[in-house]
Design a protein around this ligand. Structure first.
Ligand code: AMP
Length: 211
């Protein structure tokens, strides 16, 4: 079922793609914001793109996305991959009209790929990834962070029941993606238990080694 004869929409020699994976509450969004500031990445969050599509008036997928997110389930990859691919194209189109478009554009894609089929489909049809940053964090720490965020986030999935479902999906469905990339030698793993700045310092060290 893997379509190996297709040419990806973007060549990895023109565009750098880095994935950020980790359990819910591991700090993907927070740490991505730091990386964007210091390394000039364009940040794309699969969850943010899905929430925006869910709320877009006239979207034919709004109700479907809403119910998947509430149950912590993996939204069908055709939707998620199309949103990411179009967001990359938009960012590149925007960029080429800027005078300082000299260096290779870099995308940091957070919360993706959460399932093996998405990983294969994205790398075959959109772009091969450079590496995956994996934020390693125990569930008790993530649960505390998510419940705290739930007090103000307004997200329907930051409640105890959705959190439990999201943890299970992460272990059963998303960890196999990390393991597959690890076998290819393409994972940078960072301990994500401490304070935000402490974790970010680990990340900077780990990716400096990678360069
Ligand atoms: P996040 O904002 O990363 O915590 O994601 C919130 C929810 O959006 C997840 O629990 C899924 O229901 C959905 N979602 C996020 N990323 C993906 C993805 N790569 N593929 C499918 N569904 C996703």
């Amino acid at each position: 079922q893997t379509s190996n004869n297709t040419t990806p929409r973007f060549s990895s020699s023109d565009v750098t793609v880095v994935f950020v994976l980790g359990g819910p509450g591991s700090g993907k969004g927070t740490q991505s914001a730091h990386l964007v500031k210091d390394y000039g990445f364009t940040h794309l969050s699969a969850g943010d793109l899905l929430r925006a599509e869910q709320n877009r008036p006239g979207s034919q997928y709004g109700d479907l996305i809403r119910s998947y997110i509430r149950d912590g389930k993996i939204v069908p990859m055709e939707i998620t991959v199309a949103l990411l691919s179009n967001a990359m194209a938009d960012a590149l189109a925007h960029r080429s009209s800027q005078p300082s478009g000299a260096s290779k554009p870099r995308f940091l894609i957070d919360g993706f790929p959460r399932k093996l089929d998405q990983a294969v489909f994205f790398e075959d049809t959109v772009c091969k990834s450079e590496f995956t940053l994996f934020l390693n964090c125990p569930e008790d720490v993530m649960e505390k962070r998510l419940l705290k965020r739930g007090e103000t986030s307004g997200r329907d999935d930051d409640n105890a029941e959705s959190i439990r479902k999201r943890f299970r999906v992460f272990v059963e469905t998303s960890m196999p993606v990390v393991d597959a990339f690890r076998k290819q030698g393409k994972v940078v793993s960072v301990e994500a238990t401490g304070e935000v700045d402490e974790v970010y310092a680990h990340i900077k060290e780990a990716i400096a080694v990678k360069d």
